[in-house]
Write a protein that binds this ligand. Structure first.
Ligand SMILES: CCCCCCCC/C=C\CCCCCCCCCCCCCC(=O)SCCNC(=O)CCNC(=O)[C@H](O)C(C)(C)COP(=O)(O)OP(=O)(O)OC[C@H]1O[C@@H](n2cnc3c(N)ncnc32)[C@H](O)[C@@H]1OP(=O)(O)O
Ligand SMILES: Cc1cc2nc3c(=O)[nH]c(=O)nc-3n(C[C@H](O)[C@H](O)[C@H](O)COP(=O)(O)OP(=O)(O)OC[C@H]3O[C@@H](n4cnc5c(N)ncnc54)[C@H](O)[C@@H]3O)c2cc1C
Length: 673
């Protein structure tokens, strides 16, 4: 039998090899859990190996040394090369393969086709008629045209019903007139809108006979297909540098009474007839499908960002030696410190948890998508509630985890050589895009309040909120849990979520009964409501993790995942325990039990720490991190990396002659006086 950890190679840093030799599980088999099948895990590695053989696909230099223009150019250059090799490298119908290819070759900072693949094509698939698909979708799939999804405006992103861009139907010419009447009505933010795309699905408020029908989707050609010059009545450009994503040209768009044919409205589910008759869709929010598509996949992209930063931090922590635990022994790896373990390991568990919750979400999404094809919309509300909560909780916890990973690398974590700050910047965009987190937590809260009302009225609720009708124990039995049975933990999470949901419900009801209008009462309860949504979502994540561990067959993988789950449940419970202490569901003694289980878990995880992150099988090419190198040879490569700095091109910079020398000369002269 070979090594269980598949990353071991001759010549690696002995400290990291020592870690890998301790692995109790086969890291490639674990990758099959993370990526949902052995085949998917194999394909990732095959794609990486194939990419490594194509010299033109390698980074010209470390990305942090590129200017914004160079980043945009570099991403576009690689997209060009990728086009030549695409069909040899991946199955183009497999989103996971494309995403992996993107991460290895281009990375997270963006590329000209990002929104094309993530939103433009999905919105056409879901909302275009067959005729419209023939006209645009197939051309888009062949990349004859490049598109984006232009919804957000300078003045409005969250509140879609107040989008100012109008699409007014002109019956006489059978056209829509698209107009941005104000500065704030300009589209502002859409990815790749600024410079790369020549088409966009523009979301605008539909007006027929002066009646407002709310946001609808329209296909708009922005630029000439040959010259790429903006078409008449269109102003379009880049919105400038951002915290991260700087290889992406997020853009602005002003439409000046632009006329488009009636048939450019996406009409699979909703229609405007020639005479202006409006035929409504089977469900009012069907046109929001592109957002739900991205939200459903965000658990996995966030898990990936979190796992990337943890891979960097854990590998580095295994070669970084500083300080002593036993003064008679050599300096220890910083990974030996309990504080370092507590800082990193719970986030490793979260990355796994998000990936497992993500797999369940994508399954539900695929089902709803299929149902919608035939006009069936029953599960749309469940999916919207689930993805709204997960999107918010997972992005927020990912942000926390990445920042802890950065700090755990000390000074070198702050250097772009770690690349963690870039990953952080990319990931935290997710707290805002696809619905600002608070706004989306409040969407889930609407669903939870409906369920709570039903329960109060004596009705039985099922599915994601089924626990609200289930019997509850007055006191948690958590310290009477047999090993490897997590039922009592999950029951405690259920109790906490249930209590908070009803607390928010009761508060809201009381205000409504006192005569406060619904929207005001809602606002006054909104902090409690968002708490309810978070607790409900964290319960779902814990349940999804437990369901996955339950289903695993391989003994060693199951055992390793079980250790992570144990850590997860104890850590998360401590994080939310105040809710259960308030009503005496948990007592002080049980808190001590949870704490001691948590510390025991850290010790259990420690020998496998490097293997848990190695199991994500993130290559050096995609990590782009000196600290996270697979071989552990960090220090000599940090020095090499710094040689890329343009400041090192000459020994003396012109600023010396210009500013520093006169400053020092004058200071010296003055001190002689
Ligand atoms: C050469 C080739 C090489 C190729 C190689 C590589 C190729 C690349 C391949 C892959 C690349 C991968 C690269 C990855 C890059 C990743 C990039 C990141 C992408 C970033 C994208 C970001 C995009 C955006 O941000 S788009 C804009 C998003 N905007 C929002 O999310 C707005 C948020 N607001 C809302 O959604 C709504 O306003 C709202 C939901 C808050 C409220 O809507 P409303 O006003 O219409 O609602 P009402 O109040 O009237 O009603 C509420 C009611 O409706 C129900 N509801 C709402 N939404 C839904 C829904 N979607 N489904 C079902 N029901 C819904 C809600 O539940 C309420 O119901 P009630 O019953 O309670 O009334
Ligand atoms: C990296 C990135 C990429 C993006 N890509 C795209 C894209 O491709 N296409 C596109 O169309 N858009 C895109 N966007 C825009 C993005 O979708 C919006 O910025 C986002 O939906 C938030 O809307 P907003 O900016 O209006 O926030 P605001 O709503 O202005 O948020 C400001 C504050 O107000 C609060 N708030 C607002 N409404 C409520 C409420 N009802 N209740 C309580 N609090 C509230 C929020 O919680 C927040 O704290 C992108 C944004 C980013 C950062």
């Amino acid at each position: 039998m070979g090594n269980l950890n598949k990353e071991i190679r001759d010549g690696d840093h002995p400290d990291i090899t020592e870690e890998r030799l301790k692995s109790t599980f086969d890291t490639h088999k674990m990758a099959a859990q993370i990526y949902n099948s052995q085949r998917a895990a194999d394909r990732r590695n095959e794609i990486t190996s194939a990419v490594l053989k194509i010299p033109e696909l390698q980074d010209i230099k470390p990305l942090p040394f590129l200017s914004r223009e160079e980043k945009v150019e570099e991403a576009a250059r690689k997209i060009g090369i990728l086009s030549e090799h695409l069909y040899d490298l991946v199955n183009v119908n497999d989103g996971a393969e494309l995403y992996h290819l993107n991460n290895v070759v281009i990375g997270g900072e963006g590329n000209p086709l990002a929104l094309h693949g993530v939103m433009f094509i999905p919105v056409l698939q879901a909302q275009a008629t067959d005729e419209q698909k023939k006209k645009w979708l197939y051309r888009a799939m062949k990349r004859e045209i490049i598109g984006t999804y232009a919804q957000t405006e300078m003045g409005h992103g969250s509140n879609l019903r107040k989008l100012e861009t109008t699409a007014t139907y002109d019956k006489a010419t059978e056209e829509f007139v698209l107009n941005s009447p104000t500065t704030t009505s300009m589209k502002w933010w859409p990815g790749n809108l600024g410079k790369s795309t020549n088409y966009a699905v523009v979301v605008a408020t539909l007006i027929i006979n002066e009646k407002d029908y709310g946001p609808h989707s329209f296909m708009v050609q922005l630029r000439d297909e040959n010259t790429h010059k903006p078409l008449p009545n269109i102003e379009v450009g880049d919105i400038g540098p951002k915290m991260a994503y700087n290889a992406t040209d997020n853009g602005f768009l002003k439409l000046n009474h632009l006329r488009i044919p009636r048939t450019n409205m996406l009409m699979k589910h909703v229609k405007v007839e020639k005479d202006g008759t409006y035929i409504k869709p089977p469900h009012a929010k069907m046109s929001y499908s592109a957002m739900v598509h991205v939200r459903a996949h965000m658990n996995n992209t966030m898990a990936y960002f979190l796992a990337s930063s943890l891979t960097i931090a854990v590998r580095y922590s295994s070669i970084r030696r500083q300080g002593h635990i036993n003064p008679k022994e050599p300096e220890v790896k910083v990974l030996e410190y309990q504080t370092q373990q507590h800082r990193l390991f719970p986030h490793i568990a979260r990355a796994y948890a998000f990936s497992f919750a993500g797999a369940e979400t994508v399954r539900l999404y695929e089902k709803v998508k299929k149902d919608m094809e035939s006009g069936e919309t029953e599960l749309m509300a469940d999916l919207h509630a689930l993805t709204s909560g997960l999107k918010s909780v997972v992005t927020y916890l990912t942000m926390q985890g990445i920042e802890q990973a950065r700090q755990s690398c000390g000074g070198h974590g702050y250097s772009m050589a770690s690349y963690i700050s870039e990953i952080y910047g990319i990931a935290i965009g997710g707290c805002t895009y696809e619905g600002e987190n608070m706004v989306m937590l409040l969407q889930l809260a609407r669903y939870l309040m409906k369920a709570a009302k039903a329960v109060k009225e004596g009705k039985k609720v099922e599915g994601l909120v089924g626990y609200l009708s289930a019997p509850d124990n007055r006191h948690s039995l958590i310290d009477r849990t047999p090993e490897k049975s997590y039922d009592t933990y999950l029951k405690t999470f259920e109790h906490i979520a249930r209590q908070q949901i009803f607390r928010a419900f009761d508060k809201l009801e009381k205000m409504l009964t006192s005569g406060l209008p619904h929207s005001e009462a809602w606002n006054k309860c909104s902090v409690e409501l968002t708490r309810a949504s978070r607790l409900h979502t964290r319960l779902f994540i814990a349940q999804a993790f437990a369901r996955r561990v339950h289903d695993v067959v391989d003994f060693h993988i199951k055992e390793a995942l079980d250790d992570l789950l144990h850590l997860h449940l104890n850590y998360e419970l401590l994080d939310v325990a105040s809710y259960a202490l308030e009503d005496g569901h948990l007592c002080g003694e049980q808190m001590n039990f949870i704490r001691s289980e948590l510390y025991r878990s850290l010790g259990k995880i420690r020998p496998n720490a490097v293997s848990y992150v190695d199991a994500w099988e993130l290559s050096d090419m995609e990590l782009r991190s000196v600290l996270g190198r697979r071989d552990g040879h960090v220090y000599e490569n940090l020095y090499k990396w710094a040689q890329n700095s343009s400041l090192n091109r000459t020994d003396v910079l012109p600023v010396f002659e210009k500013y520093l020398k006169p400053l020092m000369m004058s200071a010296r002269k003055n001190s002689k006086l």
